[in-house]
Design a protein around this ligand. Sequence first.
Ligand code: FAD
Length: 526
Amino acid sequence: MLDQNLKQQLQGLLGKVPGRVELQLTLDASAESRELEQLAHELAALSDKVALASAPGNAKRAPTLEIVAADRGTRISFAGIPSGHEFTSLVLALLHSGGHPLKLDDDTQRQVAELEGDLDFDIYVSLSCQTCPDVVQALNMLAALNPRVRTTMIDGALFQPEIEANNILAVPTVYLNGKRFSQGRIGINDILRKLAGNGGASDKALNRRAPYDMLIIGGGPAGASAAIYAARKGLRTGIVAENFGGQVLDTIGIENFISVKATEGPKLVASLEEHVRSYAVDIMQGQRAREVGAKGADGLFRVQLESGATLRARSIVLATGARWRQINVPGESEYKGKGVAYCPHCDGPLFKGRKVAVVGGGNSGIEAAIDLAGIVEHVTVLEYSSTLKADKVLVDKARSLANVTIITDAQTTAIDGDGARVTGLRYRDRDSGDEHQIALAGVFVQIGLVPNSDPVRGLVELTPFGEVVTNRKGETSVPGIFAAGDVSDTAFKQIIIAMGDGATASLGAFDYLIRSGTSDVTDKAA
Ligand code: FAD
């Protein structure tokens, strides 16, 4: 199951682990059980720090692999085979359970250690979901640090009846002690805040932060680049971001990031984060900015966070990117996560063998249809205009697939459901005016992106599309507030362009700080 190269790498990693771990297996007669058993044997053969338990495990689901560190009292479980994107989660769980240091700051580790009560997390994933490992790994870190936290990754494709009983139609979905806890990407800081409730200790600590020279809102390519440029100028730099990586985390293959022939989104995000963390940048992840206020008499901007905390800064770089555009028809909000989905890579496997629709006939819509066609029974693509906007090569491929139907001039008018999940979609033929209904289990919305400019709406000038208007220095209509990347009116929305914009805005803000005579910044520039 593991190739020679991988075995050698794992042997090297496990050799550095100080403690011992035991692998407990709960198996049944299935082929998957045999596969998991083989994986466990191969792992145990790699290091004397990893042993197979002599007695069978008694997990709720079969097959399950549990990593038990008896001396630390921790237990991390995987129900199903942690392959695909979850293989890294398995390796990290082994290392962290064995006492390998976690890449978490001291404050976060202290907060995790102080968690009280028994916290039993079930994390439903699909093995093709790119966001899922982040959530699994964040929760597993909690479990590796605090024995009162237990985690189980559950492969939704393997435990379909459970998925259906819980009505899970989007991953990652997390349950805590049997109750739904979260759906979608969630980082360790979000989890801690959710467990503590808003207004917890970490939010009070944020209020006490000294003013930043430059506060960057957003941790995608634009924000990361702005932060590196600011920190290299010696500025007191902060990044406040809902999550680090932005849209890049949702990108499978990247082949146009110049100097790197081919890479994957999460890999690029990891090196971006490593680069930013190599400088003195205060990264506040899991925090969402609600509103940027006008400059006060003290020369400071105040940024209000959803958590209730307020940050202060002499200059602001808005790099909040963009989010999926919604179709805004009845049923869309109601059935989000219950059949209405935006990430085909993540949620596609949950619709295995069922009928779905893709709304949108651009590149992302047609790519989604091609991907989904390999998993689901049938895909209907609905395009509003009379022609598809996707590249010809993609359209040809989609048209060649027997289980893909493309309908143009189709205006989606409603998404129907039975109260618990999607059952169909209605559309109007824009040519004839006829109304149609299609019975299906899922609707993937792929109609482009909308800029996340809400925190500055009403403060700075926006284009009619909601993008922040910027000049060639990244300046907005308000001196001291800069914008970069997909949230701005930059002509093209790409990773490398967002990074360039971030650098421009950061240098623009540095220039502003010098010219506005902020004394300590002027000292740094001297
Ligand atoms: P984003 O990447 O959107 O990052 C925004 C950041 O802001 C995130 O950290 C987010 O959490 C944070 N944020 C948002 N709102 C708030 C708030 N209120 N408070 C705090 N934080 C907030 N480009 C390429 O060059 N090559 C490709 O192959 C490619 N493929 C793509 C595939 C997909 C599926 C998608 C969706 C995009 C793709 N792109 C690609 C485009 C590219 O990802 C974007 O242009 C780029 O990520 C924009 O960077 P950004 O930093 O401006 O914004």
